[in-house]
Design a protein around this ligand. Structure first.
Ligand SMILES: Cc1cc2nc3c(=O)[nH]c(=O)nc-3n(C[C@H](O)[C@H](O)[C@H](O)COP(=O)(O)OP(=O)(O)OC[C@H]3O[C@@H](n4cnc5c(N)ncnc54)[C@H](O)[C@@H]3O)c2cc1C
Length: 493
């Protein structure tokens, strides 16, 4: 088949290689100048910033993907296990390191509360079992009906998990201290969700970051993107950059042409990796859309983000590679992110600072640091220069106080990327950074489908679809679609 892939994010790159491997003629059409999508690169004055993902988690999932081609990630890039995995600055100024050694983390949890280490051990055992079951029974499977999902072995597999229990409730039942609760809940941010709204089965995130560990691909996430791009080119995929898709021509329930800013492409099948909501609302005529505008209006969107890419002419010794600043009263801040009625720009928010130059000499010149500062923002907020500067200074005030040194006086590169940039650069619905959130009603069978409900040769992969948000999940989403195409030749009539 002649397959057009719209978008060269991880979802598009990974699907294109699989289709090409399977003998199809594949063209990827991307609106921006680079592959990688949310994982774009920004370079200025020898400072190189990964604009999106910075945590390389779940190395097994990357391995599974490369194995599809008889390859290993190490054929393309080297991985380093970070030690410490990450550093946590609590609001009260306490600072702790989460280690790749579980023993050390048990000792740390003993300082948080009585029997903290033992409780963590039990928690991680449960998270580990759940992870194994999820990989086997859930992540690689496309659920087509609710009963299919509920009757799966996963949810009942000796876990005694209440599907309706929130992660917050699950954690609070087991841990008393604020520190333990925060360390076990922060990672839900990776899923664009809040602990109160996310099902407890997602406690697998603690297995992922604590038991499996946190890795860094040498050369940054941009090296993973360029590897995936090289793999696609090796497989024979053709790429068009700087060419936004404008519409799909659909006749008799089939897409037969993709119309772009530069021309038209005949096709037998289309895989959309571009934001699902954008493609439905902006590229497909109303009567062929699988979901109504109201459907999109009522989804719980994952947050947008304020990201500052800052290069400084000195090294911040007190910071490690990954640094989380978790403020004291964080739970009532979640409302401002997820409840559209309460949404507003944050005051004294929790935030994350990534310093890849701590590990990677290609990130910035010697004796300097690259700072990637991220604050989650509610999607759909009004975005103004004044709001951005106010938030930048709010975070810098806090950061300078925590590290006890001047940073703003040493800035040589500064770029802020926020809500409106997500819309402009990625066509992100409401400026979301991550697509739709992982609430229970937006998990597995309840995520937007891989196959169009109306158009027989139209498919989707990427963070909106099952299994969801994060680079490893987007790789799996493409593996699911490639399987389907092999099964039914792209025709789901
Ligand atoms: C700031 C940030 C930090 C993150 N941190 C992590 C992390 O640490 N670890 C992790 O695993 N994940 C992280 N994520 C999530 C991860 O980056 C995403 O889940 C994943 O990259 C999404 O890939 P995708 O292919 O679904 O979408 P995208 O990457 O958005 O790809 C879609 C592509 O479609 C293109 N496109 C859109 N419209 C059109 C059109 N009309 N025509 C042609 N092309 C179009 C876009 O330009 C884009 O290139 C982070 C995301 C962000 C934004």
């Amino acid at each position: 088949m002649r397959i057009i892939v719209i978008g060269a994010g991880f979802g598009g790159l990974s699907a294109a290689s699989l289709f090409s491997r399977d003998g199809h003629q594949v063209t990827v059409i991307e609106k921006n100048e680079l592959p990688g999508g949310r994982a774009s690169v920004y370079s200025e004055n020898d400072f190189n910033f990964d604009m999106g993902p910075s945590w390389y988690l779940m190395p097994d999932i990357y391995e599974n993907y490369f194995a599809e081609f008889g390859k290993k990630p190490e054929d393309y890039y080297e991985l380093k296990k970070l030690d410490p995995s990450y550093r946590v600055f609590f609001g009260d100024k306490k600072v702790v390191d989460i280690s790749p050694s579980l023993e050390k983390n048990y000792e740390l949890f003993d300082t948080f509360e009585e029997n903290g280490g033992e409780k963590l051990k039990n928690y991680l055992e449960s998270a580990g079992e759940m992870y194994e079951s999820s990989v086997k029974e859930m992540l690689y499977k496309d659920f087509t009906s609710v009963s299919d999902f509920l009757s799966g072995k996963l949810l009942f597999k000796g876990m005694k998990l209440n599907i309706l229990e929130s992660l917050d409730h699950f954690v609070n039942k087991r841990f008393d201290s604020d520190e333990a609760r925060k360390v076990l809940e922060y990672s839900i941010g990776f899923l664009g969700s809040s602990p109160q709204k996310t099902p407890s089965m997602y406690h697998i995130m603690s297995h992922i970051d604590m038991t499996m560990g946190v890795f860094y691909p040498e050369g940054g996430m941009r090296k993973v993107v360029s590897s995936m791009y090289d793999l696609a080119v090796e497989q024979g995929v053709d790429f068009k950059f700087n060419e936004p898709v404008k519409s799909l021509e659909i006749q008799e329930k089939k897409v037969n042409k993709v119309i772009t800013s530069n021309g038209e492409y005949d096709c037998d099948m289309v895989l959309v990796n571009a934001d699902y909501a954008h493609s439905e609302i902006d590229l497909i005529p109303d009567k062929h859309q699988s979901y109504s505008n109201k459907y999109w209006e009522t989804r719980v969107m994952a947050p947008s983000a304020f990201v500052a890419y800052v290069g400084i002419d000195k090294v911040l010794d007190k910071l490690d590679h990954h640094n989380l600043f978790l403020q004291e009263d964080w739970s009532n801040k979640f409302d401002k992110l997820f409840d559209p009625k309460k949404a507003e720009w944050p005051d004294s928010p929790s935030y994350y600072v990534n310093i890849p130059s701590r590990t990677d000499s290609t990130a910035s010149p010697e004796g300097t640091d690259t700072l990637f500062i991220l604050v989650p923002l509610a999607p759909g907020l009004e975005d103004t220069e004044e709001k951005r500067e106010e938030l930048y200074n709010m975070i810098m005030n806090d950061l300078e106080e925590k590290v006890n040194e001047d940073i703003r006086g040493h800035v040589v590169v500064k770029r802020i990327f926020a809500l409106d940039d997500f819309k402009r650069r990625y066509n992100a619905y409401k400026g979301t950074a991550l697509g739709i959130s992982h609430t229970l009603r937006q998990t597995a069978v309840w995520r937007p489908a891989h196959k169009s409900k109306k158009v027989s040769n139209l498919f989707y992969s990427g963070q909106y679809t099952h299994p969801g948000i994060g680079v490893p999940m987007t790789l799996i989403s493409s593996q699911i679609v490639a399987e389907q195409i092999n099964g039914n030749n792209g025709d789901n009539k």
